[in-house]
Ligand binder design. Structure first.
Ligand code: SF4
Ligand code: SF4
Length: 411
């Protein structure tokens, strides 16, 4: 694609980066075939190619409007289009740059500003999420059925083994996850303990993704720097990896190096943290290569459980990790059911389910229909956002796969 970006943009690093990305696009439109919002809304401007044009026009000098903002807001950042694109267009990064520009130029309505402020003030803080969740659980009986299902039930988290191994890895504790599903990281710690690795949790806090995707860059950078500061002493003591059990956070941490590239104080450490980031599935697969360290349970009850696996977009399109988890579940004794259109987003997409509820609801309905078509006993996934979003639309249990793996192990 030919570009004529305005001189003002070409003077900036982001402008030059956007120019390079835009020039790779050959307008073929292949990406539209796998774009969930294009499939749902049928408008070229709600597909990747249309959004790329909007961003190009803006960076060439056109003034963005509220319509531009809406089309960019409606993007899930699922990056299915990146997986499909034959030219390697880094759409996700281009969208970040486009959104940041729109955010500076197009004012938001009072309602939007309030909602965004509320999200940024509550979600990244475990204690605030925990408080609201406790309140919602207390009032659960009074809520209408649709809202009742959205309140996750409390489940025992299971034990976290003491740090007894020479090999250590540090884990992102996260924000919403420890408040809503504390059993996930504990299950990861038990599995790694069986593999001879101690998992160390040093501080809780958001990875920065929520703020980043809402173009609140200062907040996002503050959260990234705080995490690096919290993990660094463990890294210096020899921690082998920064383990993440929510693929959405993993995709964000993998970009710390790029996002803090111009921060003279943090750039080197951010790049090191990005290199060390491992989704929990990568660690388990690597540690199990050629070993029999995780024998499956012998009882037939575990083997009989049928699981539908939902691969989050951040796992398959963001981190490009595919076909790692399904064999692990089978190895632990579960039977996988077939799921159509496994590349499609469930509609959770960070804050998307709250900011674009109608589209998110429709995508959830579609995804649940595909996941439940083969009558599984439960649904497994690899990201807390997808887990909570899907669970709010079904009576079937929705769990993180590492919890199932921990339960499938022989005691
Ligand atoms: S990131 Fe997802 S929703 Fe956005 S344009 Fe690409 S495929 Fe469509
Ligand atoms: S598939 Fe890639 S090259 Fe083709 S229109 Fe989409 S982004 Fe551009």
């Amino acid at each position: 694609m030919q570009t004529r970006l305005s001189a003002a943009f070409l003077e900036t690093t982001a402008g030059r980066e956007a120019d390079g990305i835009l020039r790779k696009c050959v307008h073929c439109g292949f990406c539209a075939a796998t774009c969930p919002t294009y499939q749902l809304l049928g408008d070229e401007l709600d597909g990747p190619r249309g959004r790329i044009y909007l961003i190009k026009e803006m960076l060439e000098g056109a003034t963005p409007t509220q319509a531009t903002q809406l089309h960019l807001d409606r993007c899930l950042t699922c990056r299915a289009c990146e997986t499909t694109c034959p030219s390697g267009v880094r759409y996700g990064r281009l969208l970040d740059i486009g959104r940041q520009h729109v955010e500076r130029v197009v004012p938001r309505t009072l309602r939007e500003r309030f909602l965004r402020y509320a999200l940024l003030t509550v979600v990244p803080h475990r204690r605030r999420v925990g408080f609201l969740l406790a309140l919602a659980r207390l009032m659960r009986g009074l809520l209408p059925a649709s809202l009742k299902q959205a309140v996750p039930l409390a489940r025992p988290s299971g034990g976290w083994p003491p740090p007894r191994h020479r090999r250590r890895m540090v884990v992102l504790t996260g924000c919403a996850q420890p408040a809503t599903a504390p059993g996930i990281n504990a299950a990861a710690a038990r599995v790694l303990d069986r593999l001879g690795i101690s998992l160390i949790a040093v501080a809780d806090g958001c990875c920065g993704a929520l703020a980043h995707h809402m173009s609140a860059e200062d907040t996002s950078r503050r959260q990234m720097r705080r995490n690096i500061d919290a993990w660094w002493p463990e890294i210096e003591r020899g921690a082998e990896a920064v383990v993440v059990t929510a693929s959405g956070c993993g995709a964000m941490i993998r970009d710390y190096g790029t996002l803090l590239h111009h921060d003279s104080e943090y750039a080197t450490r951010a790049a090191r943290v990005s290199e060390m980031m491992r989704d929990i599935s990568q660690v388990v697969v690597q540690e199990l290569a050629g070993s029999n360290a995780l024998p499956q349970r012998a009882d037939a009850a575990a083997r009989a459980r049928r699981v539908a696996f939902h691969s989050p977009c951040t796992l398959q399109h963001g981190l490009k990790l595919r076909d790692l988890i399904e064999p692990l579940l089978q190895r632990a004794g579960y039977t996988l059911t077939s799921v159509a259109d496994g590349h499609l987003c469930c509609g959770s997409a960070g804050s998307y389910s709250l900011l674009q509820p109608a589209i998110a609801r429709q995508l959830k309905t579609n995804r649940l229909a595909a996941l439940q078509a083969d009558a599984p006993d439960l649904i497994a996934t690899a990201n807390i956002g997808c887990l909570l979003h899907l669970a709010s639309g079904t009576g079937r249990p929705v769990r993180h796969w590492i919890e199932l793996l921990a339960e499938g192990l022989m005691d």
